[in-house]
Every structure is written in C-alpha cells, then in structure tokens.
Design a protein around this ligand. Structure first.
Ligand code: IMP
Length: 199
C-alpha cells in the first residue's frame, strides 16, 4: 500500500480528495493525523508557490510524500482578485460572497475562473506541480447549499446551475481541483515508487 499525506485539514477539500482517490490503491492521510503540525506561512506570490510551500513543509514534518493544493477564484473585472487572497478576502464565506457581489455591482463582465495548483513533494523536495482550472461566471445572487467557499455564486461554463447546486460528484467531474488532481494522479501512477515510504 502506498501512502500520501494531503497537506490540509480542510474538511471539504479532504472529502473531495477522498472521493477522487476512492478507486486508487493509495491510503490518504491528512494533517488531522498530525495534531501538532506547525502550519507554514503561506507567503508565496502565486498559487504555485503557496502549494509548494505547503507540500514541502508537510513532507518534511511527516517524513512521507505529501501533496498540497492552493486554489482560489480569479475574477476578470477585478484584475484577477481575490486570487491567492481568496480565503483572506473577508472573514466568512457569506461575507466573502457579499463583498464579491458588491465589488461586481454594475460591472458587465462577470467572467471568472477557479484555479488550483497541486504540488507533490517527496524526499524533502518538490517533485512536480499541476494546474487545473474551471471557467465560468459570477451570478448576481447566491444559489444552492452544497460545496463551500464561493460555490453558490460561481456558475461553470456549460451549466445552468451554480457549483453549490451541483452534487459533489458532478462538481468533481469538472472542478479546478479535480482537473489538477487528474494530472497529478496520472503522474503518481507512473511514478508510484515515490509513495513507497512506510509510515
Ligand atoms: P486555500 O485553502 O488557500 O487553497 O484557499 C482557497 C480559497 O479559495 C478557499 O478558502 C475558498 O474561499 C476559495 N476556493 C477554492 N476552491 C474553491 C471551490 O472549489 N469552491 C469554492 N471556493 C473555493
């Protein structure tokens, strides 16, 4: 059995990853298995840099291969904001959504994309990074109860539902995270030996 640590304690992300990994012969651990883990400062200037910082720190601390993602929402009319500051844009999901809708008031261009970069680290170094994206538009008002974050106001291209109106399974077929993940998984399957460390 191969092991990998997901460098996150985020329940929603872990659920998505667990579902994505369900058919693989890979055991998923998370930072919840390491209660004293000292979170590194996410001071990178891109999704890629932040993903690398998180994967490397987890790999070194847990002494096993690790992966981390950094993700966020880039809105065209806001010159790519909130971007890498998506989680710090406001205090709660509801406030983040309210702030976003306020900033977009009166703006015709509501194009946006979710971006996710996954970094894999093993043996104390970053091995590879993978980027996924999903494009769409920001709705005028929140819709749906599923998912998390900006899901209620993001409508992916080709759908007439928000991310929060899709089931997790439907979201996982098209999401930025699933997209980056598919690329990462393909790499991991080819390079399975990087996961052969024992816990
Ligand atoms: P991270 O944990 O640093 O990657 O934070 C990313 C932030 O971007 C989250 O806290 C959310 O606000 C937002 N985000 C990332 N992925 C998603 C998604 O799939 N749906 C909704 N919001 C997301």
């Amino acid at each position: 059995m191969a092991y990998i640590v997901a460098a996150t304690g985020n329940k929603h992300k872990l659920e998505e990853y667990a579902q994505l990994l369900a058919d693989q012969n890979i055991q998923l651990k998370s930072l919840n298995d390491y209660p004293n883990y000292p979170e590194p400062e996410e001071n990178g200037s891109s999704f890629k840099e932040n993903a690398e910082i998180k994967a490397l720190a987890a790999c070194k601390y847990c002494d096993v291969p690790a992966f981390a993602d950094d993700s966020g929402l880039e809105v065209e009319a806001l010159d790519g904001r909130p971007g890498i500051h998506s989680s710090r844009y406001a205090a709660t999901d509801a406030e983040r959504i309210a702030k976003l809708l306020k900033e977009l008031e009166g703006k015709e261009n509501r194009r946006a994309r979710f971006v996710c970069v996954i970094a894999i680290a093993a043996n104390g170094e970053v091995i590879e990074t993978f980027e996924g994206e999903v494009t769409g538009t920001i709705l005028e008002a929140p819709r749906g109860e599923n998912g998390f974050g900006y899901d209620p106001v993001f409508q992916p291209d080709g759908f007439d539902k928000s991310f929060a109106e899709l089931t997790q399974e439907e979201k996982n077929r098209i999401s930025h995270r699933a997209n980056a993940y598919a690329k990462a998984l393909e790499f991991v399957e080819d390079e399975m030996s990087i996961l052969d460390d024992d816990f």
